[in-house]
Design a protein. Structure first.
Length: 483
């Protein structure tokens, strides 16, 4: 049995914008395939569109991939640096008779296109330049007459076994003789892509199925150059919740935006992996090693994937709850510092307390921004702000609220500062007052955090500590009466 070649896959974005969700998903599937089968993941920057390509976009692509942890195995290839090879490959096809020179001007082609439309016919190049005598062609070339190189599309059908769509076939009669080299001798997209993929020894081309119409042309070019065909896999498009192609109207589409919305890279990768791939069963939450182990092209789906921001937030919450506090701290600390809630040195000094706080809050959060919001009451002194709705709901009777808070402070001040003792003291107070525990705990929650929702009340008391907790309760008792 012949050994299969080591898989070499590539992600080939154009640096004309940021790394978008669809591109990141394509990069991830290629990366997973390479890691699963011991292959190599390559990066090619398709920067031949000099008018639209920017260094900022290239940098954003690198940063987006690095944030996700999708590192490439060789130095990035810049397509624009391979112009001479693109030209040489096109000239080889001219020499072997699979391409020819076309002297038709853009104005002439446009006129023929209008004439076809007037006849209600679709325009297709009629190969008139392919019928020129050799002497005529040589004379016009020698005279310096501008011309393009066109590929001579053969008769028959171009077909392949797609790893997603199975057997795909295009009748060649529906494809006109397409340009491969412009009059300034720069390559058309399909020419540059095939030349580069051959040179990079790419074995599998995995990309969005919006490229599927390019594939028959590229297969023809591979054959004209005498190169082995890669395996093709055309991935489903990503749609918004309205079923339309994902775009800016659906919200953030650049991967970098989610980095700044409190999303973890592990959650983003997990979410992206499920956009067009199923690991089997009802499994959803996965680590990267698990995704590598489970990934196979058999799980790639044909139908469009739906980008659900709420599902992404849910997924992020699942990953947040699983991240050890020590790993989470470097992501959350800069956010707390930027919000003015704590200094970095303070958090270093109180590290054990800080990690315990993160463990308490992460299971109740969907984003790192949620952790910051929930952390605010624990990082301030006695003078906290109170949510008006929480006050209105839990401090309805000012005098009664003040009495309950004062009594609670007195009971807590006289017990050991640990959950069981505090709970026993407060429940005994509730029994003496003839009320349920909620009548004590809910006003106390607002007094301690300023919020109507928080972690468990005894967790809050433990994190705040005796002195700060009692100071807040006493202050709240006074404020409740003064309202």
């Amino acid at each position: 049995m012949l050994a299969l070649p080591t898989p070499r896959v590539r992600f080939a974005p154009s640096p004309t914008g940021y790394l978008h969700v669809g591109g990141a998903r394509t990069a991830l599937f290629n990366w997973l395939y390479a890691r699963k089968f011991g292959g190599e993941f390559l990066l090619r920057i398709e920067d031949t569109d000099k008018a639209r390509s920017t260094d900022d976009s290239t940098r954003a692509i690198f940063e987006g991939l690095e944030w996700l942890g999708l590192y490439w195995d060789e130095e990035p290839v810049y397509q624009g640096a391979n112009l001479e090879r693109h030209r040489a490959d096109a000239d080889r096809m001219l020499a072997n008779g699979t391409a020819y020179r076309c002297f038709c001007t853009p104005a002439e082609l446009e006129e023929r296109r209008r004439e076809a439309e007037a006849r209600k016919e679709s325009f297709k190049y009629d190969r008139r330049c392919d019928r020129l005598p050799r002497e005529e062609v040589e004379r016009r070339v020698k005279a310096g007459e501008p011309h393009v190189l066109r590929f001579r599309v053969p008769e028959g059908t171009t077909e392949w076994d797609d790893l997603v769509h199975e057997r795909v076939a295009f009748p060649n009669k529906d494809i006109e003789d397409f340009v491969i080299l412009r009059s300034d001798r720069t390559p058309i997209y399909n020419m540059a892509v095939v030349s580069d993929d051959i040179a990079m020894r790419i074995t599998h081309v995995m990309r969005g199925d919006d490229h599927i119409s390019n594939t028959p042309k590229q297969i023809m070019l591979y054959r004209a150059l005498g190169a082995a065909l890669p395996r093709f896999a055309h991935l489903p498009m990503i749609h918004g919740m309205d079923g339309k192609k994902l775009s800016k109207r659906h919200g953030a589409t650049a991967v970098g935006d989610y980095q700044h919305l409190g999303i973890l890279p592990s959650a983003m990768l997990n979410f992206l992996a499920l956009l067009g791939w199923s690991p089997g069963g009802d499994r959803e939450v996965m680590t990267m090693p698990e995704m590598i182990e489970l990934f196979d092209t058999d799980g790639l789906q044909k139908k469009a994937a739906i980008f659900d921001p709420k599902k992404l937030e849910w997924m992020n919450g699942q990953h947040l709850s699983r991240v050890p506090a020590a790993e989470l701290a470097p992501r959350v600390t800069p956010l707390l510092v930027a919000a003015g809630l704590a200094g970095e040195q303070e958090l270093v000094r109180r590290r054990e307390w800080y990690l315990a706080l993160l463990d308490l809050l992460k299971v109740r959060s969907r984003t790192t921004d949620d952790i910051v919001r929930q952390a605010a009451p624990f990082l301030r002194g006695p003078d906290i702000e109170y949510d008006p709705e929480a006050m209105a709901k839990q401090w309805k009777d000012p005098a009664e609220t003040a009495s309950i808070l004062t009594a609670a402070a007195q009971r807590l001040a006289g017990v050991e500062w640990e959950p069981a003792a505090m709970e026993e003291a407060l429940r005994k107070l509730a029994d003496e007052l003839g009320v349920g525990g909620g009548k004590i705990f809910q006003p106390l929650r607002v007094a301690l955090t300023g919020l109507g929702v928080s972690p468990g009340i005894f967790d809050v008391l433990m994190m705040l500590g005796r002195d700060l907790a009692l100071a807040r309760i006493e202050r709240a008792a006074k404020i409740s009466v003064a309202r």
